[in-house]
Design a protein around this ligand. Structure first.
Ligand code: SF4
Length: 375
């Protein structure tokens, strides 16, 4: 279904519905753009600022699967530590992973670092300015390539994130549920995208989705596209986009081994380079599986033999595809074999690349280990 009458005459004063939809939205963006740390003012010329591609790329990688509010402080911290792509490329990976800790999806941080090295090395510090060339960089997928091409270089590119999907689904009243509707929504977004100010247009669509066309209660009365919106006209805005019901997430379980030396240092080990939380530091644990762990079986999976005490309660964390429940056992030893891991003093923990789930385990261990009772 097409948007209803982009040219329909409205009765309000200053009605802009007769303008092409992109122009209407850009005029709205000029007045209402969110001020974000990585963003230029609306209408800024991309050629004016040579550091723009670095900032746009960095922010777009950080924003994948993460909210604007969460990314803000991380973005500022990264720019302060590594103001250029060359500086980021030269940083030790562990430092980058540690600075990323808390943003999740750690493969992104590894790709971020690799990408910086490719741009700083092979490409002489210059980001490619086309979608096809950007797509060749590590960690840059379709969405990011389009976003960087449009926002950093002013190229016409169709940028479709979750906010844009929602706005387009409503404007055109698309009934096909997500994710099956993705290709259709991209095609429809393409029909709206202007040649001029493509970066501002992409950001305007995102802002409209984030501040006006909200998931549960769209503020249609404040929307510059109200007169053109098919879902609004049909009274189904709140119900769109439709989604295929998600399968329930399974639960995986593990026992984590909170092992301290007499001086209080904690044993951590590095996870395998590939796979979930690849290369990050962890509190050693049994494998993660659906079945609960019995005592002797978990003990056999411990990094060393020790007089283990089970700490009270459980640590819970939810990943994209599963819930995770961890029982923590505490023990003390003088030393461990080198392959078991690395001792880290508690005041040095903040410098380690420790993902959120492991921080939860560490907080649990710190809270309960002093009064641990024998298992
Ligand atoms: Fe349509 Fe309302 Fe969303 Fe505007 S806010 S695009 S009118 S559903």
């Amino acid at each position: 279904m097409a948007p209803v009458a982009a040219s329909r005459a409205g009765s309000r004063q200053n009605d802009t519905a007769a303008l092409p939809l992109a122009e209407t939205l850009l005029a709205w963006y000029d007045r209402h753009a969110r001020a974000l740390p990585w963003r230029e003012r609306p209408g800024a010329d991309p050629d004016d600022d040579v550091s723009r591609p670095y900032r746009v790329w960095l922010s777009e990688i950080m924003l994948q699967q993460t909210t604007v509010a969460t990314v803000g402080p991380y973005f500022a911290d990264f720019l302060a530590r590594w103001p250029t792509v060359e500086a980021l490329a030269a940083a030790p990976l562990d430092e980058v992973l540690a600075a990323w800790a808390g943003l999740g999806y750690y493969a992104r941080a590894r790709n971020l670092h690799r990408c910086a090295q490719v741009v700083a090395g092979e490409l002489g510090g210059v980001f490619p300015d086309t979608e096809s060339e950007l797509l060749k960089l590590p960690g840059v997928g379709r969405y990011t390539a389009a976003a960087v091409a449009a926002i950093a270089f002013g190229r016409r590119a169709v940028v479709v994130d979750g906010n844009v999907e929602r706005v387009v689904a409503r404007l055109f009243s698309v009934e096909t549920p997500l994710p099956a509707a993705k290709a259709e929504l991209t095609r429809l977004a393409d029909t709206l995208t202007p040649q001029r100010r493509a970066g501002d247009f992409a950001q305007a669509m995102m802002d409209l989705g984030a501040t006006v066309c909200l998931p549960r209660s769209p503020k249609c009365l404040l929307c510059p596209l109200e007169n053109a919106c098919a879902a609004k006209a049909a009274g189904v805005a709140q119900e769109l986009p439709r989604r295929q019901p998600k399968a329930a997430k399974p639960t995986r379980r593990a026992v984590a081994f909170w092992l301290q030396r007499p001086d209080g240092a904690l044993l951590l080990r590095r996870r395998p380079e590939t796979g979930l939380l690849g290369g990050m530091m962890e509190v050693p644990s049994t494998p993660w599986r659906a079945a609960p762990w019995e005592g002797a079986e978990a003990e056999a999976a411990a990094p060393v033999a020790a007089a283990w005490s089970a700490l009270p309660g459980l640590v819970r964390h939810t990943f994209t595809h599963f819930h995770f429940e961890v029982t923590v056992w505490a023990g003390r030893v003088e030393s461990v074999p080198a392959e078991a891991g690395r001792w880290v003093t508690l005041d040095a923990l903040a410098d380690e690349a420790v993902p959120t789930v492991m921080r939860k385990i560490i907080e649990h261990g710190l809270l309960h280990s002093a009064g641990a009772s024998s298992r």
